[in-house]
Design a protein around this ligand. Structure first.
Ligand code: ADP
Length: 594
């Protein structure tokens, strides 16, 4: 899928892909015993139901004329038993199919979510999150109907149809054929509209995806929207997307609406034809038609069209489900571009020697972001990366954790190519604090512990103290047990940074990566933080991106990056000796402050 926005439709798949159905079958297979049992019960139920018109025929044609009251009473009791049995079977069916459908949906959803956990940053960079969400929630949910009732009903109804036709043929062959005349007509209609109908459901799934993407984006950006008083524009965009969704929905159901009235009409006309011809043949005593046979046949005719109706609605839900299945399996099949190489080994305990060797990288083909970047840090050194916005600083540090694959060049840690080790073993030994200090819903304690589930309460508190977060946490109503919302909306930006700082430290990383970790922290706290950090950074290699140059003056090496290239490299003192990029950057901050 190309880089996508909420108003860009995803590509439509051209063919009805039977592979998707086969794949759905692999989810159903483990539950086949329950499904077969339910189908058998349903077949018993429909066979019993089908006996009724035949029994009525015998009562009308034989027992009533011969006034055989005993047989009539016995048969009535039998009919009552049939109704009771059917009632029990229906109850069992409802419970089993609902459980079945939900279990299968749960498995599909787990697969898609598990795969999403593995997909690299580039996957998330490339599409609105609302579009991903709609696949996991809405699309999977919409399979519910198909999986719970659809499959069982369809198989049962198909079998019932054969039974019904069999009973009808046993009553009167000619009248049965009159009734069946409608079927080729219906097939013709389905053949004519099937492609349009499928495309209509695909378009609907795209529109729903767009709408969800926009809603998710609007909720995430609500603060900016309200600050810039953009509510009306947003409502306009929403109305447009919602309108497109409604029109797509109308178009899709329009085809359904063509099908059902068609079935209704065909069934009415064929029933009429059976009655007219039947009564004519009855009065003329032709083709062995009796009153009972005609009444029994009319009973079967109504039973005959009911499963056809269910089959048509199954066909519709199948088309809908296909458009969703395409998206679901597309996500599950999305290649994990950043993954362990075959034969990758666990990264040995890291000492902290990091080397970039002629690294070139681009997010998108043809747009280079890093050009031949090379540098080398010794264990325990602090490397600061500075440069203008968009220079490639964050990109450099995200490559150390292998969040993306390189175009060319190598990154070595302790002399080992990071591509040759398992990603988990590499990332476990790194503490990364990205620009976006994400806070998860839960307590402050849970949030700090995120990087190290086994850390004790004391370790958490120690980490918080080191990054000067302890005091503000203790001022919250429940201290470390205070619940925070997703994204930490009740915390200030600086407080969020301190928490994610503590989280990164608690993981006891050998390499610490801090991207703008202190940008929202006040200078006073930052000075305190520096002192705590100095102790903590001892013995660890660290990469720090900071705009406030005061924070990085003491770094062992400062890289000045611009346009994806390292322009200057050295300590603060050496870089300040000659006028250059760093010198002028430092001076401009100095001028600004003075
Ligand atoms: P810095 O951290 O120096 O501000 P970045 O490393 O974030 O810069 O970005 C370097 C360049 O890469 C910028 O031109 C930016 O637009 C581009 N870029 C960053 N992230 C992505 C991405 N996920 N997809 C495409 N381009 C990106």
């Amino acid at each position: 899928m190309a880089r996508n926005k909420y108003d860009i439709d995803e590509t439509l798949q051209s063919e009805f892909n039977i592979k998707h159905l086969k794949r759905l079958g692999s989810y159903i297979r483990p539950h086949r015993k329950d499904m077969i049992l339910t189908i058998c019960l349903m077949l018993v139920s429909s066979a019993l139901g089908m006996l009724t018109p035949r029994i009525l025929m015998t009562i009308i044609d034989d027992y009533i004329p011969s006034k055989n009251i005993r047989s009539i009473v016995l048969i009535s009791l039998g009919l009552l038993l049939i109704y009771l049995t059917n009632f029990v079977i229906l109850r069992i069916k409802i419970t089993t199919t609902a459980t079945l459908g939900q279990s299968i949906i749960h498995e599909i959803r787990t697969d898609i979510f598990t795969h999403l956990q593995e997909l690299p940053f580039s996957y998330y960079d490339d599409r609105p999150h609302g579009k991903i969400q709609v696949r996991v929630v809405n699309y999977v949910n919409s399979l519910s109907d198909l999986l719970s009732n659809g499959i069982v009903n369809t198989i049962t109804d198909l079998c019932s149809l054969f039974f019904i036709v069999g009973f009808m043929l046993s009553i009167n062959v000619k009248l049965t054929f009159v009734c069946l005349i409608g079927i080729p007509l219906l097939m013709l209609l389905i053949f004519v509209i099937k492609r349009k109908q499928r495309v209509a459901w695909q378009i609907l799934s795209n529109k729903s995806s767009n709408l969800n993407a926009y809603i998710a984006e609007s909720i995430n950006g609500i603060r900016v929207t309200q600050s810039f008083v953009r509510e009306q524009e947003n409502i306009k965009i929403f109305n447009h997307l919602s309108g497109s969704y409604s029109s797509a929905w109308m178009r899709a159901v329009c085809y359904n609406f063509m099908l059902w009235p068609a079935i209704d009409n065909i069934s009415t006309w064929t029933t009429c034809a059976v009655y007219v011809l039947g009564i004519d043949w009855l009065s003329g005593n032709k083709f062995g038609v009796t009153t009972g046979a005609l009444i029994a046949l009319s009973g079967y005719i109504s039973q005959f069209w009911a499963p056809i109706n269910t089959l048509a609605s199954f066909y519709n839900s199948l088309l809908t489900a296909m458009s969703y299945l395409e998206r679901i399996f597309e996500t599950i099949d999305e290649p994990v571009l950043v993954k362990d190489r075959p034969g990758a080994v666990a990264m040995p305990p890291i000492k902290g020697d990091v080397q970039f060797k002629d690294v070139c990288f681009s997010y998108e083909d043809g747009i280079p972001v890093l050009n031949h970047v090379s540098f080398h840090t010794k264990p325990g050194e602090t490397f600061a990366i500075v440069g203008p916005t968009g220079a490639g600083k964050s990109t450099i540090i995200s490559l150390i954790s292998r969040f993306y694959n390189l175009n060319s060049g190598e990154i070595l840690i302790d002399g080992i190519d990071i591509n040759s080790v398992t990603i988990k073993s590499l990332r476990k030994q790194m503490g990364v604090m990205l620009q976006d200090s994400f806070i998860f819903s839960g307590t402050i304690m849970d949030n700090i512990r995120y990087g190290n589930r086994t850390a004790s309460k004391e370790d958490v508190i120690q980490a918080a103290k080191t990054v000067c977060a302890h005091d503000f946490i203790m001022n919250l109503e429940n201290g470390y047990d205070t619940e925070v919302n997703e994204r930490g909306s009740r915390l200030s930006a600086g407080e969020r940074q301190l928490i994610s700082f503590a989280r990164a430290l608690l993981a006891d990383p050998k390499i610490l990566i801090l991207d703008e970790a202190t940008s929202s922290i006040d200078t006073e706290t930052e000075i305190l933080l520096q002192k705590g950090l100095a102790k903590l950074l001892a013995g660890r290699t660290s990469f720090i991106i900071a705009h406030r140059l005061s924070t990085i003056k003491n770094a062992d090496c400062i890289l000045y990056v611009d346009n994806g290239e390292i322009k200057e490299m050295g300590t603060h003192t050496t870089l300040m000796q000659t006028p250059g990029y760093y010198h002028s950057l430092y001076m401009s901050q100095y001028d600004f402050l003075s």
